[in-house]
Design a binder for this molecule. Sequence first.
Ligand SMILES: O=C(O)CCC(=O)C(=O)O
Ligand SMILES: [Fe+2]
Length: 457
Amino acid sequence: KVEFYSSVDSMQDLAQVEQELLNATRSYLETQQQQLNFYRRYVDQIKREHEWAVGQLKLDEYLGHPLHAFRLIKRLVQDWDALIFEPILTNQPREDFRQFSDVLTRDLGYPDQSELQGAIKGLARLQRVYNLSTSDLAGGVINGFSYDSELQWPMANFELGNTKRAGRLLNQILKPEPTHTAQQTRKYLENHEPGKKIQEKNPSWYGNYTRLCQGKRLPEESSGSPLKCYLDGKRHAYFTLAPLQVEPVHLDPDISVYHGMLNSQQILSIFEEADKEEMVRSAVAGEGGKRTVRDLRVSQQTWLDYTTPIMESVSRIIQFVSGFDMAGAEHMQVANYGVGGQYEPHPDYFEVNLPSQFEGDRISTSMFYLSDVEQGGYTVFTKLNVFLPPVKGALVMWHNLHRSLDVDVRTLHAGCPVIVGSKRIGNIWMHSGYQEFRRPCNLTSDSYKSAAYRKSV
Ligand SMILES: O=C(O)CCC(=O)C(=O)O
Ligand SMILES: [Fe+2]
């Protein structure tokens, strides 16, 4: 089954669904109108003839005339039947419309109640993570920017189990303006069961998560050497003429952003490849390594191998920037988030239930930002006080494992909910097999660095 709300790209199909609905409904109404006009004309004409005849003579005299009798019988047997009964009873335009709706639902898919739930949860998530006020959202104002769309907050609250609040909000809208379209919402509330209230306690990481998502860092003690951007033309001969534009964002564990790694043309080529594949709702590893769809990750994704020209270039970039052997690389995962789409704090390593098709755990993550995001959608490292706004064409890279190949718990990170825009990323995870000479271990284990972070958020 297709799912729309979890990816802005899929939502575009919904816009098409509505366009086709509009066209079909318009032409349905038009044909019906023409039919009705036709019936009306016919009835008027018969009425005139009937009244004239009855007015002229007494009825029995009139019908005593064989031609008049014939006309009446012919009208009833043929004309009324063919022109009125038959078309009214079969109502071909309605039949056509029914068929159209079947085809539409089958070919393009049609959103159901669970889509509405998903979209509403997305809105509620935005409100919670970004501290947006309900009135702001309802008025289409997000973080001070004004957007021209009125949100159905009463309905959202209803679906989320806040029935009282839903009623109050509805009254606020309907009191000054009783003919407001929110009347529809009132009908909906009256005819549906309210959603189940989710009384989740915020998890321990929640404070850091929301703070960083909002682009706020905790003040840090100065280490004396502030991180500075630099050009690196030496990492590989490939970068001699066009040095890497490095923005280090954290030291130990090292996290760096490499700007301008893909241009718009290359990104388009990646999307062209991705369009050939099917986007599916992202799953996460659950109990015992089983993949399940959960709200903690709301996006759609597909995988690209390195056989096409564009992906060969991507592979070269990763190889030359990271120094790793691409023999250990997973295919690139291209993902697209929906509005309110997110990926809650998680590590990229497996630690347990390692997938058998690769050697070792995920030693590093290379993430390309394939779009700018109008608002929201930061990548945040909740234990490291780091937030990164997506910048189209940039590459973020870090190691998920210590040199000892023990997992580095400090790398816990998240993709914040997208407020406005379509966030696209390309992830390449490198496994530790084949990298023995690329990133050798130290003489002493360095995994102790993680110890203090195991519990803390
Ligand atoms: O979307 C992001 O910024 C982070 C994505 C991520 O962490 C992942 O896909 O593993
Ligand atoms: Fe991740």
